[in-house]
Design a protein around this ligand. Structure first.
Ligand code: TYM
Length: 354
């Protein structure tokens, strides 16, 4: 049975500060995946309008995400780094997907419910349709694997639903145009134009929590800057935030089971494990029985050693805007050529004249 050629795609929004959650949950996985895969990494500037329509410095925000990708080790020559709005196929395919997806599917998205809050009537149409654009980002390249943090899982399930509905609704046309690939979904054979994307969520830190509240996700939008470690924080700031991080009065347990019901301890051990490339069990073998007064300074040293070179390189890159812009332009051209080829087939399948 034929298979879709493996292709990795992921995106990060240019809103607010990139933080340790974005880095450990997503960007570090992007770097690891590029060794063995063809990868496309996108700064999703169209999506950022759903969070805030008018940005103070959108160009600067876009460049800072691209700089973070490159400073973390992504090779923009071997792979593709670009900004979403440079490739019109994303918005074009999103429109088609808006007609494939059902309003009920969108209404069920927990991120939409959280972000729209109580006043749903007043949320933008873009916020509701957000997952449709996300599906278009991925499927404009017929990408197969998507590294993300745990909070994007539901959006990727929806991308699969959209792909499946398109494949089934247009099955005859896909066959007639000779553009499909025979895949199996569950037990069912499907002649698919779009692949069923595989989320890549597992990893040492799929959900990094706030330093102020271990039950809340570390987030760009948290009002308290003490809740997160930003990629642009200097060593002194990282140290202060970790020292002030909420903990409980007990020392660290010797077994992972002992972290149950202790979300703040669990989170700090998880962060240490992710940064040191160890399991939580390994970290507890080393620190079990110790107080946070011992563990926190060790975590500060580790975080600073890991993040300082990335921060320095990000600053250096952001001083050279023409270099970053050239990388994004080149990436946009290469991404655009690939997406155009897919869009030609999509248009033929639907029946648009071109
Ligand atoms: P965004 O910009 O909110 O976040 C970027 C990536 O960081 C991950 N992440 C986290 N991981 C672990 N712990 C956390 N506390 C944490 N906070 C954020 C997110 O899961 C994400 O992987 N909708 C996406 C962007 C997007 C996209 C796409 C992703 C648009 N199109 C296509 C993949 C494929 C988002 O808002 O990510």
């Amino acid at each position: 049975m034929a298979e879709f050629p493996p292709l990795v795609f992921s995106g990060v929004q240019p809103t607010g500060n990139l933080h340790l959650g974005n880095y450990l949950g997503a960007i570090r996985k992007f770097v690891a995946l590029q060794e063995k895969n063809d990868c496309i990494y996108c700064v999703v500037d169209l999506h950022s309008l759903t969070a805030q329509l008018v940005h103070d410095d959108l160009p600067g925000q876009i460049r800072s995400i691209a700089a973070a990708f490159i400073a973390s080790g992504i090779d923009p020559k071997a792979h593709i780094v670009f900004n979403q709005s440079a490739v019109p196929a994303h918005a074009e395919l999103a429109w088609i997907f808006n007609c494939v997806a059902r309003i009920g599917w969108m209404n069920r998205m927990t991120q939409f419910k959280d972000k729209a809050g109580k006043d749903r009537e007043n949320a933008s149409l873009g916020l509701l349709a957000y997952p449709s654009l996300m599906a278009a980002d991925i499927l404009a390249y017929r990408a197969t694997h998507v590294p993300v943090g745990d909070d994007q899982k539901q959006h990727l399930e929806l991308a699969r639903d959209i792909a499946m509905k398109f494949n089934l609704d247009f099955a005859e046309r896909i066959r007639a145009h000779g553009k499909g690939v025979d895949i199996t979904v569950g037990e069912e054979p499907v002649h698919a134009f779009f692949p069923m994307v595989e989320p890549l969520i597992d990893g040492p830190a799929p959900r990094v929590m706030s330093l102020r509240d271990g039950t809340k996700k570390m987030s760009k939008s948290d009002a308290s800057d003490l809740s997160r470690i930003n990629l642009m924080d200097d060593a002194e700031t990282i140290s202060r935030k970790i020292r002030k991080a909420k903990t409980d009065p007990d020392g660290l347990p010797s077994e992972v089971d002992g972290l149950k019901g202790r979300p703040e301890a669990d989170n700090l051990v998880g962060i240490y494990a992710a940064l040191a490339d160890l399991s939580k069990a390994d970290v507890l073998t080393q620190f079990g029985g110790q107080q946070f007064s011992v563990f926190k300074p060790a975590l500060v040293d580790l975080a600073v050693a890991h993040l300082a070179p990335i921060t320095d390189e990000m600053r250096r890159l952001m001083d050279d805007t023409s270099h970053i812009d050239a990388i994004l332009r080149d990436g946009g051209e290469r991404a655009g050529a690939r997406a155009d080829a897919v869009m030609k087939d999509v248009k033929d399948i639907i029946g648009f004249l071109r």
